[in-house]
Design a protein around this ligand. Structure first.
Ligand SMILES: Nc1ncnc2c1ncn2[C@@H]1O[C@H](COP(=O)(O)OP(=O)(O)O)[C@@H](O)[C@H]1O
Ligand code: SF4
Ligand SMILES: [Mg+2]
Length: 476
């Protein structure tokens, strides 16, 4: 019998057969009953409602000449560089609202590495994109009431101009005065005014690469309220992001040198082609690359590990205060992974910045993080110092993650995997999102979503097991 005939006869037999027919009936019925199933009419209704909401949010972001008082704020703790408070980021899709991040509160202290960990799809990247104002708009929006405070070092401005830092010298009377020199044209010839007098200019301080320096000041911005045009000044210069796949950020048709120089020219005022190249060389050396070997090469000519190093050099070129590394080593093999993590650690100290390290791999977090934030289905379920979370994990999900982490000291036949799936993000239940997968659930878990409680001054968990002494003892 031909394949086609065999298939037809099998389907016929299944329909005739009682068990087969019941199977098809169940299949069609379950498709209709699926909670995610919506009719065309319903989808059109959602789409109409969404476009109204989206319009409002987009108009808010595109406002021009907004007074600073609307988005300049104060840090709750001056030791932090970032504070997320009650962050909600939703996607208004035609199938319904995807609550990708549903009320996240945590901070990144100055000089620290904060690891954000959780299974794929739990909202780690959306949290980071919210901080960069890079959530996929117009469907993706940071919801009213969210706050993302970022301590930024911005250029001081007077009458719309950056304020230069000048060189000083002492005059013949011993008084300090700004150093002056003859103004030259491009060929080095002194410039003169109409009367023929030589023009004089004040000497601006430069760094060791010859890039002129300007006065800066600190400002705390609420990124959730900041118009896009202001955000553009911070993005890339103050907060920079390293992705899993460096090819997404490197342009295949330009050389490494051209791309790095371009970043410096774009973000550092006063940089010239010559000083930008000097800075590029310096950054390449910092990430362990011999500049002459890669400056004229194209991205595809480098290995994955080298490309990731170039990406880190690119990020460093602007001396950001915060580096977001989103699964930076996931695409690399284990030895290269370790080298890149070492590099990130060194660099953080050199620029005295902070790192927000996003990964699904608890092993990477253990290597690097001072603080750990564990996310599940768009919410934080546990957080604390690395010691808190690794030595004394409390939430059943964190315990499950620990068990599923490969270890060199322990021989296991099969890695543990947490059974079950994350609930549908469009229809989140009112109870604990982990309930369907939790082996320790108790009666209280049928009730409201557990609030986050302090276990110690640094350790927090959201689980009914720890709501009070009595409930903790009832754990199954
Ligand atoms: N552009 C988008 N449109 C709709 N849903 C999205 C979009 N981007 C992300 N999501 C949803 O947001 C949730 C969180 O995604 P993400 O932050 O990328 O997860 P991860 O923790 O793996 O980084 C997921 O449920 C994902 O499906
Ligand atoms: S609240 Fe209940 S269901 Fe949720 S993780 Fe804790 S014990 Fe499990
Ligand atoms: Mg991600």
């Amino acid at each position: 019998m031909s394949d086609e005939k065999e298939k037809k006869s099998l389907v016929k037999r299944l329909f005739k057969n009682e068990e087969g027919s019941a199977f098809f009936q169940r299949l069609f019925k379950s498709n209709k009953d699926k909670s995610g199933f919506i009719s065309g009419k319903e989808s059109r209704r959602i789409s109409k409602a969404n476009s109204k909401i989206i319009k409002q949010y987009e108009a808010q972001k595109k406002r021009k000449n907004v007074s600073e008082s609307e988005y300049v704020t104060e840090m709750k703790d001056p030791k932090n560089i970032v504070e997320f408070e009650n962050l909600h980021t939703y996607f208004f899709t035609d199938a319904g609202t995807v609550k990708a991040v549903g009320g996240v509160t945590f901070s990144v202290p100055q000089g620290a590495t904060v690891g954000v960990v959780g299974e794929s799809g739990c909202g780690k990247s959306v949290t980071a994109f919210s901080l960069m104002q890079l959530v996929a708009a117009p469907t993706g929006q940071i919801i009213e009431g969210s706050e993302i405070r970022f301590r930024s070092t911005v250029y001081k401005e007077q009458d719309g101009q950056k304020v230069p830092i000048y060189e000083y010298e002492t005059d013949e009377n011993g008084a300090e005065k700004i150093k002056e020199r003859q103004k030259l044209d491009k060929r080095g010839v002194p410039l003169r005014d109409k009367q023929g007098s030589v023009l004089i200019e004040k000497v601006q301080k430069t760094d060791h690469n010859g890039i002129p320096l300007f006065e800066t000041e600190e400002k705390v911005y609420n990124v959730a309220k900041m118009p896009t045009e202001i955000m553009r000044k911070i993005r890339g210069r103050e907060i920079a992001m390293i992705f899993q796949e460096p090819m997404t950020s490197l342009n295949p048709i330009f050389t490494i040198g051209d791309q790095l120089d371009e970043v410096v020219l774009l973000h550092i005022p006063g940089a010239t082609k010559e000083s930008a190249k000097k800075r590029t060389y310096e950054m390449l050396k910092l990430v362990g690359i011999i500049p002459e070997n890669v400056y004229k090469r194209y991205p595809h000519e480098l290995s994955g590990g080298m490309r990731q190093r170039v990406m880190i050099a690119m990020v460093l070129a602007c001396t950001p205060k915060l580096i977001i590394a989103d699964e930076p080593t996931t695409a690399l093999d284990v030895t290269i992974q370790a080298q890149i993590l070492d590099l990130l650690r060194d660099i953080k100290d050199q620029i005295s910045g902070s790192i927000m390290l996003i990964t699904h791999d608890l092993g990477v977090i253990a290597e690097m993080a001072d603080f750990v934030v564990v996310m599940y289905a768009g919410r934080i379920i546990e957080m604390g110092t690395a010691k808190d979370v690794f030595d004394k994990p409390m939430h059943p999900y964190t315990i499950g993650l620990q068990k599923s982490k490969p270890s060199v000291n322990k021989q296991v036949d099969r890695l543990y995997s947490i059974p079950g799936n994350v609930p549908n993000p469009i229809n989140m239940p009112a109870h604990c999102y982990f309930k369907g997968r939790c082996e320790k659930r108790i009666a209280a878990c049928d009730g409201e979503y557990p609030c986050i409680i302090d276990v110690s001054s640094t350790h927090k968990v959201a689980c009914h097991l720890y709501m009070d002494e009595n409930t903790a003892k009832e754990g199954k």
